[in-house]
Design a protein around this ligand. Structure first.
Ligand code: C2E
Ligand code: MG
Ligand code: MG
Ligand code: MG
Length: 292
């Protein structure tokens, strides 16, 4: 029956029947097959310094090329997968695929850091650090791996002590950790003080509202100042317009990711995009402009 609902049928279905074990089971069975059959692929979305134009890296975002439903975004399956053991199998696949992609780009002279999302259940599990170490070894990326792990703040910090250990072990492997959807959790700022994290990504729900709401602007501003004072990098998620970008620069938040810069795209499109990309002229800071 879910089939009749079309492309995003599962997402609708999921919200209406959050407790339908049968549907969850169906999604998991199909997802397990999808992993084995190579139906998953990764799109990549650039992260840039809006002032200088420098491309800081790309985030890998999973897509499911479903044989009947077409290209599915994570909203239609990630919730269910994250509650199952399959999240670890997917995490391993994403890590390995991203590293293979990185090598392919390097062969044509494109050097990009890749951010990989890891589900909290996998991240906080016993096997995660070993998975990461093994994949880095297999891909011969042990010297200075240029990947970063993104974990969502609320989920991954459920077990702070465990998170702290995992983050330190990742650091030991040369892999830094970024807190995703930052600002939505309760303990945002105090957790920064307790964890050795390299970057926070300010959640897109705040970024969307900064133009209209002084209070949201205040939140983004203060999170950004606090993080920077702790020498933590700040990325604004979900930057959709030139104006949002300009306002973010004004409050000192220059690294951004969002549809206003680039949509997630197939890896083959990244080289061309990178050649063509230029920041809007209103994004150039006064100092940059004065220097010519
Ligand atoms: P996220 O990690 O916070 O990723 C950012 C999401 O925001 C992506 O959605 C991206 O397409 C979307 N986005 C980027 N710029 C804009 C914008 O300007 N406006 C709006 N409205 N949206 C924007 P996507 O690809 O659908 O992924 C959704 C979530 O699914 C991700 O949120 C992440 O939590 C999860 N996810 C994606 N890929 C993976 C993966 O490989 N592993 C795991 N565990 N989770 C993943
Ligand atoms: Mg992310
Ligand atoms: Mg996010
Ligand atoms: Mg998210």
């Amino acid at each position: 029956r879910a089939k009749d609902l079309g492309r995003n049928g599962w997402a609708i279905f999921e919200s209406e029947m959050a407790h339908s074990l049968q549907l969850q089971h169906q999604i998991l069975t199909e997802f397990g097959q999808a992993l084995r059959n190579g139906e998953l692929c990764l799109y990549y979305q650039p992260q840039v310094n809006m002032e200088t134009g420098q491309v800081v890296g790309v985030e890998a975002l999973v897509r499911w090329n479903h044989p009947e439903r077409g290209l599915l975004t994570p909203e239609s399956f990630i919730g269910v997968v994250e509650k199952s053991e399959l999240i670890a199998a997917m995490g391993r696949w994403v890590l390995e695929s991203a590293l293979i992609q990185q090598k392919e780009w390097e062969r044509i002279g494109i050097h990009l850091r890749i951010s990989v999302n890891i589900g909290a259940r996998h991240f906080l599990s016993d096997g995660f650090v070993e998975d990461l170490a093994q994949i880095l070894l297999r891909q011969e990326r042990t010297e200075q791996p240029r990947i970063e792990i993104e974990v969502t703040e609320t989920e991954a910090l459920r077990d702070l002590e465990r998170a702290r250990k995992t983050i330190d072990l990742c650091r030991g492997l040369g892999v830094s950790v970024s807190l995703d959807d930052f600002g939505t959790g309760q303990a945002s700022l105090t957790s920064l003080q307790q964890l050795d994290i390299k970057e926070v990504k300010i959640d897109k729900c705040f970024v969307h509202r900064i133009m209209a709401s002084q209070k949201d602007l205040a939140i983004v501003f203060s999170l950004s100042v606090a993080a920077r004072m702790m020498l933590i990098d700040v990325v604004a998620e979900g930057v959709e317009t030139e104006e949002e970008g300009a306002l973010l620069i004004l409050i000192g938040c220059t690294v951004a990711q969002g549809f206003g810069i680039a949509r997630p795209m197939l890896p083959s499109m990244i080289p061309d995009w990178q050649k063509k990309w230029k920041p809007f002229s209103s994004w150039k800071s006064q100092t940059t402009r004065n220097m010519g």
